[in-house]
Structures are given as structure tokens and as C-alpha cells.
Design a binder for this molecule. Sequence first.
Ligand SMILES: Cc1ncc(C[n+]2csc(CCOP(=O)(O)OP(=O)(O)O)c2C)c(N)n1
Ligand SMILES: [Mg+2]
Length: 588
Amino acid sequence: MDIAAANARWSAAFVDELVRAGVCDACVCPGSRSTPLALALAQHPGIKLWMHLDERSASFFALGMAKYQHRAVALLCTSGSAAANFMPAVVEAHYARVPLLVLTADRPHELRDTGAPQTIDQLRLYGAHAKWFVEMALPEATPQALSYARTIACRAAAEALAAPAGPVHLNFPFREPLVGGAADARPVAEEGAESPYLTVDSAIPAPPDAAVANLAAAVGRCRRGLIVCGPNNGEDYAAAVGRLGAQLAFPILADPLSQVRCGPHDRRTVIDSYDAFLRIDEFTRRYAPEIVLRFGALPTSKPLVHYLEGQGASCRQVFVDGGGGWNDTALMPAQVIHADPGMVCERLGEALKEHRAAPEAAAWSQAWVRIGALARSAIAHHLEALDIPFEGKVFAELAAMVPPGALLFAGNSMPVRDLDTFFPGGDGAIRFMANRGANGIDGVLSSALGAGARAGGPLVLALGDLSFYHDSNGLLAAKLHALRATIVLLNNNGGGIFSFLPQAAYPEHFEQLFGTPHGLDFSRFAAAYGAGFTRIATWSEFRCAARAALPAQGVQIIEVPTERASNVRLHREVWDSVAAAIGPALSQ
Ligand SMILES: Cc1ncc(C[n+]2csc(CCOP(=O)(O)OP(=O)(O)O)c2C)c(N)n1
Ligand SMILES: [Mg+2]
């Protein structure tokens, strides 16, 4: 048997079928064992190849790209520890429901557990984090074997995309010779028809009629209803939920990552400043909901999560999840509806067509909207008067500058929280992203660059210094693939979030264990990767740098130097200003 030809033919059939199933991007890392698949991906005209030198960065790049496009992206590496480097991104893809097609090359079975080089146990390497695992057969060029390769390609793409989307792992053993069959490695379209070898149709379910009727009855009686929109990747239900909130007089507490806070949809009851005013005990005592309709993942805001967890059993909490998941940490009696969120909003709206919000319900909603506006304007006034660098103000400044159609990616730790607190709602359709599946500070740069590589508008990434350092290897992708990005580096020389936590009260080992100052000079990273670099000292310098960076070519890094201890004080001053502004409204 001609092994080289079988490897090439098998890989070409598999890749050809991936393309028919809708895959058009592949992130590939170098190595020998993966050669047949790498060649097939490089030679297929339907595949855009994104070459990466570091598997961890490659996998996060693929994750960001797949997440932005709601489309499966293929990811390939050689055998051994290369495959293990995909683990953090696979974990994030699992929890964030991102369709990743992870292809790992492996030694053939006779070379496993024999001391052969670059050989580890790759079977079910990602454990329960992969939705589906297949140990592929050894390549053969028989019609039946090629049908098998095509079938697996179609099934894998469909499985990765089916709700809840997630990573699929296919392990490919290859025998040598790995090259030499190239003549047969061209796309083998002639072996199949134009359409995919097999199609898989799956859909997110519509809500059961009984659940809608039951909920409509409860909502119809309710005078104090609330909608909470947690992180959700895509604006699929923003219009429907906006309409429902206005119709029912239910305030909508919209996490920026829900895609409901900003956009041209009905935002009359959308509240964007809850993170600041739900810290006020007097407010949370007086404003207790009877029903909460919850969409998306757990909200970013801690005060919001505490508020929801603090509601007693008299509050009916209803979770809507199109992916069949579970997004509740409160362990309270609740109702879960596994159905399409947009459809739930629409069906509920239809069922309550004749319903007119009671005066008490309208007053409840107006009070939330008024207090939300008071909080937002208190924040704006406070920030206006602040002329020193402050991490929160970066997001208010960006809100005034990023154009509709932009992608704003926030790093974990404080950036994503500051985005929540300081980025006001608006008409401009801005896509917000963050890695909130596992909340890691790894892979942020690469995920943003991967998403930005396929985004129509400019990419703005705001992240902390440790997150930047953690994935600085990811910058190479921008150089290799001529990507554009504005990176706002919030440099507080360590982990700023820990200064907000109880650990800060124990100074003896605080800096060593939590603050972790490093003293890195980030301009050197920029120079190494050919990125522009500006360190700002004033807000006018920030605006000037951001204005220049947004339309510029390449990567432009704007460093905002801040200080961890004063950052906590500045945040608390904002919250105090909000409490002072809202106090009179609460005592009325
Ligand atoms: C991979 C990973 N390691 C460790 C953590 C724990 N962690 C959470 S926030 C944080 C500090 C992040 O620092 P930075 O990116 O500078 O943001 P800042 O806290 O200063 O806003 C750490 C280490 C994590 N979330 N992910
Ligand atoms: Mg930091």
C-alpha cells in the first residue's frame, strides 16, 4: 500500500469536506507529524490559512475567530506537548460555547507507549471539555475509508456548532512517509457532489406552549418585573428583548457582553449603570423584584449577582437558555426554560398582546430608568472632573470614540468590570467580547486578534498588564498576518483586582503573592513585534493617541500607566458620587 498517497488522499478528502461543511479558516502550527493535514489545508482554495508558531496563542486566536463569526474554525498541531498547549483555549471554548475543531496529529498505535519521541497519550486529552472525541482510523485510500473521513468531517463541524456550541477533538494517527503523496493532495471535489457529503440539521428549540402560557399569566399579574441579560455572544435576541422590556415595563439590566446595552434596538428600559447603584443597600432593600427573567451567562457585575442571589423565595427567577445549560449560582427555587431566547421574548410578547402595564408596573420601571440615568450622569460628571489617569475613565473615553461596527474586546480582571461600570449604552452597534467562559487572563491578546482578523470594523482591545504579558507571544500573529488593532494597555504593574479583595487587608505577603509587580517595559515588546507604542500621561494625550490609532495600520499600543492602590480609592469615590446623587431620589 502506498502510505504517502493514502495520507495525502485521506487528508485532502477530510479538508475538502470541512470546507463544504462551512469551515473557511484554519489555524496551523508547525510540526512534522501533522504534515498531511497541513498540506491539505494549505492547498485547499476554500481555506484561509493562519500560520502560528505558538500553539497556545494559535488556539486562542482560533477561539476568538470562531466566536466572532459563530463559525467553526479548524486548529491543527503536531503530536506531543503541542497538543497539550491547546488545553486552556479548549477549556474556554467549552465554557463559552465556541465551535472549535481541534485536529491533533499523533504517532500510529505501534509507536505509542514505546518511548518514541514527541509522543504522549492524546486520547481524550481534553477530557470532558471536548464535546466529541474521535480517534481517527489510520489513513487508507479505499472509497469506504474516504467516505469515513468525509463523514467525520461533516459530523465534527455539525457537532461543534450544535447548541451548545463547543470544541470537538479529532486525533489523527499518521504512519510515515508523511510526504510524497502530494500529487494526490489536491481538493478531491470529484469524489463528492457540490453539496456536503452529509448534512446535519439541528435547531434551538422553541419554548413549549405551556411554559409560555404559565409565564405569561405570572408576568401579567406582576407589578415589579426585571429582565437580566448576562453575557451572550451575538445580538440575536437584542431587538426582541428590548421590545419585551418596553411592552411589559420590565427594566432590562444589560451587561455590555449581552449585546443588549448598545445598538439600534428599542432600549427604552435598558439600564447600563446598575453595577454602581446596586451597591447601595437602601436601593436593593426598596427595589425587590417579584419576577426576574434571566438570559445569557452569569452577569459580570458582582453587585448584580449578589442582588439576584439575595432575593428570597418570593421572587420567581426564570432562566432562559438556548444551549440547554445552567447559569445560576444562587441555588434558589427557579424555573429553567431550554429554548431560543428570541422566541421566548416574542411568544411572551404575543401572549401578552392585550396586556397593558399596570400603573404600579409603569412607575416601577420609570423609577429604575430614572435612577439608572442619575447614576450614569453622576459617573460622567465625576469622570469629567478627573484629570489624572484612571482605569475606569478609559472606557468612558472609548465610548465616545469607537465607531459603530467596532469590536471592543475587554481583558479579564478589572478591564471587563470597568467596561461594565463605565461604558454607557448607546445607539451604535458595537460588538463586545471577552473570554468569560473560564475568566482566564491567558490568551486575551490572541483571542482579540483572532476575532479582529474577521471583524468588519476596527478592533479595540483593553487589557491589564499581566494579561498582556501572559499572551505577549500572541502579538506575532498581528505581524505575520498584517492585522490591525488598537491595544489599550492598563498598566498598574501587577494584578490590580486583588487590591479590591479581602486579601488586601493582609499586607505582609500581599505584594509578593497577589500584587505581583514586575516592572516590565512594554515599549520593548512593541519594538520586538513592530507595533506602535505611546505611553500617555494626560487625557488629551490619550484622546490624541486613540484617534490616531483607530484608523492606523498595524498594532498600536497605548499604555495607560496607573497605580493599584489609588485605583481602588478612585473607584470608591465614583461609587460614593453615585450614592450621593441617588440618595435624594431614594428618600422621596
Ligand atoms: C490563567 C489565569 N491565571 C491566573 C488567574 C487569576 N487572576 C485573576 S485576575 C489576575 C490579575 C490580572 O492582572 P492584570 O491583567 O494586570 O489586570 P488587573 O487585575 O491589573 O486589572 C490574576 C492573576 C486567571 N484568572 N487566569
Ligand atoms: Mg494589572
